[in-house]
Design a protein around this ligand. Structure first.
Ligand SMILES: [Zn+2]
Length: 276
């Protein structure tokens, strides 16, 4: 499931590949009626003839700026959404739900097995993104940011990290990895962390995200169910995780078997010896 590093890897690839290209056509599959959050005609009017002026990101949401005041397209990949850059005459990709034809003989295919992906067309990205918490890769992401975000929150730190209104961009994998790197037990109430622990958690989050970015994201299970990159290649980070889905295997630091518990309905992996 794409989290911040997977979405940011896609954003960087898009910037290198399609920045400045013009969209000449758009198609949405009738079997994905909930994908586009506006009438199809409206989408077509706004995007056909529009140039892709910039690609940015907020949390797990990808933001395309369209030329000539045509607004912004916001894409949330959710569980299994991937964008693929293919020549227009390339063989079809399974589960293609939406296609943007470009003026360079290629197209962007949105492929989404589980159909939870969403696309919005807005005048101002904040219409969608204003509910999100602070951005971990921003310079202003400090220990004070975390202290403020966790204030009064008694829920387990793991569940709190998954709440996009508290911090944007973390999902199940990078939350588990961040907590391991910080040496913090996932069941600790968020507001119980000391300043020292918050400091370690901040570093842990940044390190986990940086490692994910370095590896071009994580691709677990079959690629169609999970993250793949713009060229169709999988990420590599799944081979380098510390605890995520390593249940029963020895901790790399102390050799205690990694444990798996459920927190807020989500599988959580941690080392019972290293994480207090
Ligand atoms: Zn350990």
């Amino acid at each position: 499931m794409p989290e911040l590093p997977e979405v940011e890897t896609l954003r960087r690839d898009l910037e290198r590949t399609v920045l400045g290209r013009t969209i000449t056509n758009v198609w949405v599959s009738p079997d994905a009626p909930r994908l586009v959050q506006c009438p199809f005609e409206e989408l077509r009017e706004h995007v056909c003839g529009a140039r892709l002026e910039s690609m940015s990101r907020r949390g797990k949401i990808l933001i395309f700026e369209l030329s000539d005041g045509q607004g912004y397209m916001l894409l949330h990949r959710r569980m299994s959404g991937n964008l693929l850059y293919r020549p227009v005459d390339a063989l079809p990709d399974a589960f293609t739900r939406m296609v943007f034809t470009l003026d360079d003989g290629f197209e962007l295919r949105f492929v989404d097995l589980r159909k939870f992906g969403r696309l919005w067309l807005v005048d101002d990205p904040s219409e969608i993104t204003s509910v999100l918490g602070p951005e971990p890769l921003d310079e202003g992401f400090t220990v004070e940011t975390l202290a403020e975000a966790f204030q009064g929150r008694k829920a387990p730190i793991k569940a709190t990290l998954l709440d996009q209104t508290v911090i944007a961009g973390l999902g199940n994998l990078y939350s588990d990895e961040s907590l391991f790197l910080a040496g913090v037990h996932p069941q600790r109430p968020a507001n119980s962390l000391t300043l020292e622990e918050l400091s370690r958690l901040r570093v842990g989050i940044l390190e986990a995200l940086a490692e994910g970015l370095h590896d071009r994201g994580s691709s677990l299970g079959t690629t169609l169910r999970d993250h793949i990159n713009l060229d169709g290649s999988p990420g590599e980070h799944q081979h380098r995780v510390y605890v995520f889905q390593r249940t029963g295997q020895p901790c790399y630091r102390c050799e205690t078997p990694v444990q798996r518990i459920k927190i807020g309905g989500r599988s959580t992996h941690f080392c019972p010896n290293c994480q207090k």
